[in-house]
Design a protein around this ligand. Structure first.
Ligand code: NDP
Length: 284
């Protein structure tokens, strides 16, 4: 069997082109506020990617690069001001935050209607109770990629490796909503290979290079590799041994070029969604 490569970069470019067309119809550019605290080099790269992609679709970005010694109270006050600012449609706080700041409390401060990363407990609560809200970007990206090769998920067995609030838990919930039967694996799961081998859809978000090999994969399975790691040579790699699963997996996302570019695009899609909903409300 030839394993299909699910090209996240190409799909992301297609979706961005659609978003651009949509934004061109708006009476003003949607605005995203990006809050970056400190000088984490990886965060700076991620923020640059987000700004570049946003510009491509016509979303305006205000970047607030704040001091690494900023206090929790000052950061919270700053976010409250952004919440009040009517020209700002979406707000993200780039993670990780410096260790003296409480990321949970900071994310909880963002107005749920502007929380385009979908990470505050109000939006996660809506996801888990089946109500409309803003859904986290990486799980949305995983679903878009799965749908490229598997439009109907009804009755399929899905295994998610990882149970973080950022990726594992919400992607499990989205798969459940799509009528999959789900198993959520984590670091205490016994016989991981056996568990993974039951999966028609295998989503891996553990942060361990090459955790998943050929022995974990059911023939024909669709694999979404969320992991971003550096291997011994300093190269970016996923959680799945990409070469080892060739010929057994039905389809797989590459790293880089799979979930990463789609995650950024889903952020832009959430900003557009907020803009549209705001304008519907205004008209009502
Ligand atoms: P976390 O560290 O928050 O969670 C990792 C999860 O994997 C935990 O639930 C952990 O289990 C589980 N896990 C760790 N080791 C094993 C193991 N040996 N066997 C089974 N399960 C294991 O990470 P995130 O969810 O934030 O991110 C996961 C990966 O995805 C990282 O590589 C990250 O860089 C990447 N990522 C990529 C994105 C993209 O856009 N492509 C976006 C976000 C993340 P336990 O709960 O028991 O500790």
């Amino acid at each position: 069997m030839k394993t299909k490569i699910i090209d996240g970069k190409k799909l992301a470019a297609t979706i961005r082109a659609q978003l651009k067309e949509q934004v061109e119809q708006f009476s003003r550019a949607p605005k995203l506020a990006v809050v970056l605290v400190g000088d984490n080099p990886a965060s700076q790269i991620y923020v640059r990617h987000k700004m570049k992609s946003a510009a491509e679709v016509g979303i305006e970005v205000d970047l607030f690069h704040l001091s690494p010694v900023l206090t929790q109270d000052s950061l919270i006050s700053f976010i409250r001001e952004l919440n009040q600012n009517k020209t700002v449609d979406g707000i993200i706080v780039q993670l990780p935050l410096p260790s003296h700041l409480d990321a949970f409390k900071v994310l909880e401060t963002i107005d749920p209607e502007k929380d385009v990363d979908g990470l505050c407990s109000s939006n996660l609560g809506k996801l888990f109770t089946g109500r409309p809200g803003l859904v986290p970007c990486t799980p949305l990206a995983c679903m878009e990629l799965i749908h490229q090769v598997c439009p109907n998920l009804e009755g399929l067995q899905a295994v998610v490796v990882g149970r973080s609030c950022l990726v594992g838990k919400p992607v499990g919930q989205l798969l459940l909503e799509s009528q999959c039967t789900i198993t959520q694996a984590h670091s205490h799961t016994q016989r991981l290979a056996e568990v993974c081998k039951t999966a028609d859809i295998l989503v891996v978000a553990a942060g361990h290079p090459h955790l998943i090999g050929r022995e974990h994969v059911k023939p024909g399975a669709v694999i979404i590799d969320v992991g971003i790691n550096r291997n011994a040579d300093g190269k970016i790699c996923g959680d799945v041994d990409f070469d080892a699963v060739q010929g057994v997996a039905g389809a797989i996302t590459p790293v880089p070029g799979g979930v990463g570019p789609m995650t950024v695009t889903m952020l832009l899609s959430n900003v557009v969604k907020v803009y549209v909903q705001k304008n519907i409300k205004k008209k009502a």
